[in-house]
Design a protein around this ligand. Structure first.
Ligand code: ZN
Length: 102
């Protein structure tokens, strides 16, 4: 998808999920990153999304949004993170797999 389309999609998904998860006031921006799809600065409540998500499907973009917002409650990728992801987006592992193969 085009960058402008990605920006719109992220705007929608990020605010929908932040509201659904009870995480108001989380800001975000889009930036060029080579090795990560997203980064969550939980102290600043700010998420940075990678421009290369433009090459991913809508489902995968949604997975990255939920993944980064989940870091506000679970900072690492341990058991708590995984159980929150299972609750929030049951098929998140499929998206993680397809992003890894990109
Ligand atoms: Zn993570």
């Amino acid at each position: 998808m085009e960058i402008a389309r990605l920006q719109t999609l992220l705007g929608e998904l990020h605010s929908q999920w932040a509201a659904r998860l009870g995480e108001p006031g989380v800001t975000w921006k889009l930036r060029r990153m080579k090795t990560r799809w997203g980064v969550c600065n939980y102290a600043k409540r700010h998420v940075t999304y990678a421009v290369m998500l433009a090459g991913a499907s809508r489902e995968c973009v949604e997975y990255v949004v939920v993944h980064e917002l989940t870091h506000l409650k679970a900072h690492g990728h341990g058991a708590r993170f995984k159980s929150l992801m299972d609750e929030r987006l049951p098929d998140w592992r499929d998206c993680r797999r397809s992003l890894k193969s990109m």
